[in-house]
Ligand binder design. Sequence first.
Ligand code: HEC
Length: 156
Amino acid sequence: MLRGHGAGRAGWRVLLVVALLAVLAACEQDERSGEGAQQLAWGEATFAWHCARCHAADRSAPAMTSDTLLTTYGDGLDLYELIRASMPLDAPETLSDRDYLAVTAYLLDREELLTLPPEERFTEGNAALVDLGRQPFELEPDPEVIPEGDPVVPDD
Ligand code: HEC
């Protein structure tokens, strides 16, 4: 009996088309090259060694999706400085600046947020050019909202 045979063939054809489209989409992406690509490879390895045990998709620490990055940071320098100062959570400031830059570049690229020219490394000099859109924190206190009078001191 041939029931399902035709449908099976059509299914394969659909699969083939989908696969071809996926390949085309991958080619169209702004692939990193030269030093930019080298840094990303380094960053991916750094992530695997130093971050994935907590930040891999099935682990407890935040997954760092484009949504969270875009709502938390003003630009790439913000993100880099946070990572350098506080991660790995149980051993902050233990990696080299080179590793921290690479892993930050990797996270940005993974979420398609690394907007630098493909062959350019992510550095402290250009990190702020990677705009993540969150408005910078307003550091100047607004006198209107500072309460008058003595500060409230807790009892104990
Ligand atoms: C021991 C576990 C652990 C390791 C290792 C670790 N992290 Fe984290 N990380 C956390 C936890 C937990 C939080 C959430 C902290 C909080 O919300 O106060 C966090 C938060 C963060 C954040 C801020 C959250 C966000 O969504 O923006 C970033 C960025 C980050 N980690 C990057 C890294 C990078 C990069 C590495 C590797 C160099 C790393 N972490 C290694 C546990 C870890």
